[in-house]
Design a protein around this ligand. Structure first.
Ligand code: SAJ
Length: 421
């Protein structure tokens, strides 16, 4: 049978390849000409271990075809982005426009699955939209007959091709019948358990999963601020507390980035502003961390100036939102770097070490330099470790530490690697 996957990003493309390898004919749809042109040439528009080889084969064997247009298909999977607006409200325009596009071409018994992260109740709104269009097309009398399900994705960027098969999945049908239909599709390719529920519960489960992680990291970040204030090593104190059999605190860092954890909790806050207090505060705590890093940087820079050091050589290690990915969306490391470059790019020498990118983002390219050989510089006045890439190994970090006057290590890398300071 034919499946159409709409939105070929970090979720849609791996899903399309998974289904294609599982024996379905898959048509991938995207509005971006960059995405479609890359795919037609057999090139993946996202970097994810294990994806490109399978993609190339699927395209070669014509099991996967990329297109701009939504075709008639038995099943549709929607995986377009749901960003937030300036005021933190969800921007559902991409989901709604895709749902309308599907409604105009689908068969009345086609199955529609939404995987995009959505506020609670979105799937019901989509059902009404589909129903209205089908009614205009004289194809539906009863909205109960529409096969629509919300099935959130929970794969971890960097390990998507593995988790997309093994993770348990939630299937939230708009009716029990729709849940069963979606289950039949996923059960062909997924090894994890499939948990059937209604659409609202599925929507909320996705949001609380990411809010849970955000809250735990906010707690870790707050602990780290407290620890620094009272002269305790934050990494050590958390490691020791985690030896308690029922304590599991995550790691502090330079802030929380990515397009999921830094976004999704706001969908809960938007729906229930007076009640979602911890969720909101966790977001605010995590969003406030980059500023504390900048404050620390400015203190150390002032210290350098006091000692007659000018201009400074600054080394920034890592720009991406987390280790071993190339993605810089909502990255606190990039945000911190942009502030430093904006304020001091003309005065100081700002070197950037980011092994996962080939060129700097436009926001900083004029006044910072991407380096591939940080040891070509004799010494650094301030080093900021903002991402713990595997490429930042003990030999490299040790050598950089030897050459630097001040270090701001927001990932606890020096301690973890056992680097002498
Ligand atoms: N981070 C910390 N400390 C930690 C863990 C993470 O500061 O201990 C930071 C990271 O550096 C990064 C951010 O949090 O900036 C998010 O990274 P992540 O690895 O925790 O999560 P994502 O955004 O890559 O993927 C999350 C995952 N959600 C959960 O683990 C609950 C993933 O399973 C979801 O599929 C994904 O969001 C999504 O698409 O919603």
């Amino acid at each position: 049978s034919e499946i159409c996957v709409i939105g070929l990003g970090y979720i849609g493309l791996p899903t399309a390849i998974l289904l294609s390898d599982g024996g379905f004919n898959v048509i991938g749809v995207d509005t971006s000409s960059y995405v479609i042109e890359s795919l037609i040439r057999g090139r993946s528009n996202i970097s994810e271990p294990g994806l490109s080889e399978r993609l190339l084969l699927a395209i070669h064997e014509r099991r996967f075809i990329a297109s701009y247009d939504i075709p008639i298909a038995d099943t549709y999977i929607v995986a377009v982005p749901t960003p937030f607006n300036q005021d933190k409200s969800a921007d559902l325009s991409a989901v709604f426009s895709v749902i309308e596009g599907i409604g105009r071409v689908m068969k009345p018994d086609s199955l529609v699955i939404i995987e995009s992260t959505c506020p609670i109740g979105t799937t019901e709104i989509c059902r009404d939209k589909i129903f209205n269009i089908l009614r205009e097309r004289n194809l539906a009398q009863d909205s109960e007959c529409i096969n629509l399900a919300y099935c959130p994705e929970r794969v971890l960027p960097g390990n998507i091709m593995e988790e997309i098969v093994t993770n348990d999945r939630i299937i939230g049908g708009i009716t029990p019948n729709a849940s069963e239909k979606a289950e039949q599709i996923y059960s062909r390719v997924i090894k994890g358990s499939l948990m059937l529920t209604n659409s609202r519960t599925a929507e909320m489960a996705k949001l609380i999963e990411n809010s849970f992680r955000d809250t735990n990291i906010a707690f870790a970040n707050e602990i780290s601020l407290i620890a620094e204030e009272v002269n305790v090593n934050p990494w050590e104190v958390i490691e020791l507390a985690n030896r308690h059999p029922r304590v599991n605190i995550l790691q502090p860092g330079p802030g929380v980035g990515g397009h999921c954890i830094a976004v999704d909790p706001w969908f809960l806050v938007e729906a229930t502003p007076g009640i979602s207090r911890i969720v909101k505060m966790a977001r605010e705590v995590n969003d406030s961390i980059p500023k504390t890093v900048l404050d620390r940087f400015e203190k150390l820079r002032y210290d350098c100036l006091e000692n007659g050091i000018y201009p400074l050589d600054v080394l920034i290690m890592g720009l991406t939102f987390k280790a071993n990915v190339a993605d810089m969306r909502e990255s606190p490391a990039l945000q911190i770097t942009e502030s430093i470059v904006r304020k001091y790019g003309d005065a100081d020498h700002i070197h950037i070490l980011e092994p996962n990118i080939d060129s700097l983002p436009v926001s900083i390219e004029d006044r910072a330099r991407l380096t591939t050989d940080p040891l070509s510089n004799k010494n650094y006045d301030i080093v900021l470790i903002l991402v713990d890439h595997t490429a930042f190994n003990i030999d490299l970090v040790q050598e950089i530490v030897f050459r630097s006057r001040h270090i701001i290590d927001k990932r606890g890398l020096i301690r973890r690697l056992g680097v002498k300071n």
